[in-house]
Write a protein that binds this ligand. Structure first.
Ligand SMILES: Cc1cc2nc3c(=O)[nH]c(=O)nc-3n(C[C@H](O)[C@H](O)[C@H](O)COP(=O)(O)OP(=O)(O)OC[C@H]3O[C@@H](n4cnc5c(N)ncnc54)[C@H](O)[C@@H]3O)c2cc1C
Length: 422
């Protein structure tokens, strides 16, 4: 990845973007394309967090999300969300001409091991939406499935190749930790940026006094192995069950993901994916192992738009539910429209101020109360929940909102803004 200096002194711009993952960089790219001046601030190196540890599938087939959206919000909302994702795929594929990134068109399969009826329902909803979807009773995976939703014309790529090239055209400051946002001014340790608008693209938003993101989001970790000498798959695959397995090829490697769990809670971790490797691909060799986490919204739809109902020039892009490749491209289009004063019908669908009355809100609340009461001296500097030792990765993790620390207390993952004394 290209390297950038840190921010020193005071600068002026139209839009300050905080966070240099795929969400921040695609927003900056889209704004610049429209002639809007912007500056991006990244606390470490760009793409060093979740975006650097993704599996890079670009698909509208994001689990069984459309039947859930249609039953909760209605068919029009499901349709708007599907169209936005389908357009985002086209946009990313078109961008790959200018920013080569091993883009490959692939079918995406969401499979279920046990719930054929749910798969059939999703296919029916997708067909009604006009999506190129079909039901499959079997796949090329080395185990039986109850059924799979096949969505054709999706894609896989290496986001770092695309974003690294894009970044060279942008004004970026790395090692520039944004400590505070006041009015239209963004403060780092050695400088500040005054802007007409500010986008928070920090993965988990860190401003707690607005927006209630500490209630609306939690983080979910996943574990990935890159295997050599495993099968070569023509499609991309994901289990509709949250802790299930995911598959895609990248060159000679098969990326096998799984073992997911709420950050800070117990889970299968690498043991689950390693056991799956032994069972499914006994002749393969593990070459690389990595883990990362993503922000999960209450209803499976990202939060993109005004940070809260109160602030008008502060925007956010988060809650991608492990589908931030497509989701970030959708977010970039929507936020650029909002900042440029263009009407976009998605603004109400993705609005962070939509209703928060979901079962997951109760679960998040229970987790937070449990975290606050958990008896330990090792506490998170975000909102004070007890920290849990992560044996698989040797870190201190918070189950409330997913902040993580090194053994000596340095921040690995936000929303925390401060190191801990551990
Ligand atoms: C294992 C795994 C596999 C996945 N696979 C897929 C997939 O196949 N397809 C798909 O669509 N999605 C996938 N996802 C999800 C996708 O990777 C994420 O949704 C996406 O990368 C999130 O991007 P982001 O820009 O929001 O966050 P990040 O990439 O985490 O970027 C946020 C940036 O903000 C910076 N930052 C934080 N706080 C501050 C601050 N105060 N000041 C300055 N900078 C700050 C961080 O350092 C970081 O660089 C996967 C996720 C996981 C965990």
């Amino acid at each position: 990845m290209p390297a950038f200096n840190s921010l020193k002194g005071h600068l002026y711009t139209d839009v300050a973007i905080v966070g240099g993952g795929i969400a921040g960089i695609l927003c900056a790219h889209e704004l610049r394309r429209r002639g809007v001046d912007c500056i991006l601030l990244e606390k470490n190196r760009i793409c060093s967090a979740t975006t650097g540890h993704t599996t890079g599938k670009i698909t509208a087939g994001q689990g069984l999300v459309y039947q859930k959206i249609a039953s909760r919000y209605g068919f029009d909302t499901a349709s708007a969300f599907y169209r936005a994702n389908a357009d985002a795929i086209k946009k990313l594929v078109a961008l790959s001409d200018k920013y080569p990134c091993h883009m490959q068109i692939r079918d995406n399969y969401v499979y279920s091991l046990s719930d054929r009826a749910a798969i059939e329902r999703e296919v029916r909803v997708l067909e009604r939406l006009g999506a190129p979807a079909s039901f499959e009773g079997s796949t090329e995976l080395p185990f039986d499935v109850a059924g799979a939703v096949r969505l054709s014309g999706q894609a896989q790529f290496n986001p770092l190749l695309m974003l690294g090239k894009m970044a060279e055209e942008l004004e970026i400051y790395e090692n520039s930790f944004v400590r505070a946002v006041k009015g239209g001014r963004v403060f780092t340790d050695e400088g500040s940026v005054s802007a007409k608008s500010v986008i928070i693209a920090t993965h988990f938003p860190f401003i707690d006094r607005h927006g209630f993101y500490y209630l609306k989001l939690y983080q979910h970790r996943s574990y990935v192995l890159a295997l050599e000498n495993a099968d070569s798959l023509s499609g991309m695959y994901v289990d509709e069950a949250r802790g299930g397995l995911s598959f895609r090829n990248y060159g000679k490697y098969l990326l096998l993901g799984g073992g997911g769990h709420r950050t800070g809670k117990g889970g299968g971790c690498f043991d689950t994916v390693r056991a799956a490797r032994r069972r499914l691909y006994p002749d393969s060799t593990e070459k690389i192992a990595f883990a990362a986490q993503d922000c999960m919204s209450l209803d499976g739809i990202p939060y993109v738009g005004r940070y809260s109902a109160l602030g008008c020039r502060l925007y956010v892009a988060t809650g991608f539910n492990k589908w931030g490749m497509c989701g970030s491209a959708v977010a970039a289009e929507l936020l650029a429209d909002m900042i440029c004063g263009v009407q976009n019908r998605l603004s109400s669908v993705l609005s962070p101020s939509r209703s928060i009355l979901h079962r997951q809100l109760l679960l998040n609340g229970i987790e937070s109360v449990g975290g606050l009461l958990f008896p330990t001296t090792k506490r998170c500097t975000h909102l004070g929940c007890g920290l849990h030792w992560n044996r698989a990765e040797h870190s201190w993790d918070c189950a409330c909102h997913g902040s993580r620390y090194t053994p000596d207390g340095r921040i690995i993952d936000n929303p925390t803004q401060k190191n801990a004394k551990l």
